[in-house]
Design a protein around this ligand. Structure first.
Ligand code: ZN
Ligand code: FE
Length: 271
């Protein structure tokens, strides 16, 4: 009779690889198989250095959208590791080998991801969500949702971006949110201008400030934290509506108008 084998259970670790001024290239790796995946490698050099230092073997690249700070390292990585590149169907990214559209699934290193189309920052933007990761769900959302903020509307319109952000806000509250930039302190300073009386926001500002003083990332965030403190996910809250009306000096008729007002305000806000 065959004995049941006890396979070691893979633990997926997720670490940020810093690139440029404030990008995070998220690296997921399995510490038993030593396989790794990177998300949005804008630059190959720091990725190769990290993989070498940890003796990891790259098995796939995931891409959220076409901007160069998320895709600029693909060619060099593919030349060295010959791995598939998963990402959106986009006129701007030639290197994608496996296209992902809404609800498409992707199984990689034992993680089952589902694709969410989240246009707004760009039209081709996708996010990848995995519900059953160790320690709870995980989300890679590129430049759509940031800690305390959201991406600029380079290609989409406010209604589109608000709908994308709402889709992310509906994910499990304990989802860990891996954004592609360290913009948190600047975002929270703006959030504080919108909602100075939000207690959860005040706590978050002191916590994030402490992390940055130690040179640590403020990420991942969680969906629950974003719902409590991120003005762009709070366009239906009275305090945010009132502030938007005051800023625009007009009646913000609906959540899209509130969102458009605070997004426009943030575009011109300096700390
Ligand atoms: Zn971008
Ligand atoms: Fe970016």
């Amino acid at each position: 009779m065959l004995e049941p084998t006890t396979q070691p259970i893979a633990m997926i670790q997720i670490i940020p690889i810093s690139a440029f001024d404030d990008n995070y290239i998220w690296c997921l790796y399995d510490d038993i198989s030593q396989q790794a995946v990177v998300v949005d490698p804008g630059d190959a050099k720091p990725v190769i250095a990290a993989l070498d230092a940890m003796q990891l073997d790259l098995v796939a690249i995931l891409i959220t959208h076409h901007h160069f700070d998320h895709t600029g390292g693909i060619d060099e990585l593919v030349a060295q590791y010959k791995v598939p590149v998963y990402g959106p169907r986009s006129d701007h990214i030639d290197q994608i080998t496996h296209h992902l559209a809404e609800s498409d699934t992707l199984s990689i290193m034992g993680l089952d991801f589902i694709t969410l189309e989240v246009p707004g920052h760009t039209l081709d933007h996708i996010a990848l969500y995995c519900e059953q990761a160790d320690g709870g769900p995980i989300l890679f959302c590129g430049d759509t949702l940031f800690a305390g903020g959201c991406g600029r509307l380079f290609e989409g319109n406010p209604a589109m971006m608000l709908s994308s952000l709402t889709k992310l806000a509906e994910l499990s509250a304990d989802t860990r949110v891996y954004c592609a930039h360290e913009y948190t302190l600047a975002n929270l300073a703006f959030a504080n201008a919108v909602e100075p009386d939000n207690q959860a926001l005040q706590q978050r500002i002191s916590q994030a400030t402490g992390l940055r003083q130690q040179g640590l990332p403020t990420l991942p965030s969680t969906i629950a934290t974003e719902i409590a403190t991120n003005p762009f996910l709070r366009c239906h809250q009275t305090a945010v509506i009132d502030r938007a009306k005051q800023h625009r000096q007009d009646d913000c008729a609906d959540s899209t108008a509130v969102f458009a007002t605070i997004r426009g305000w943030k575009d011109n806000f300096s700390v």
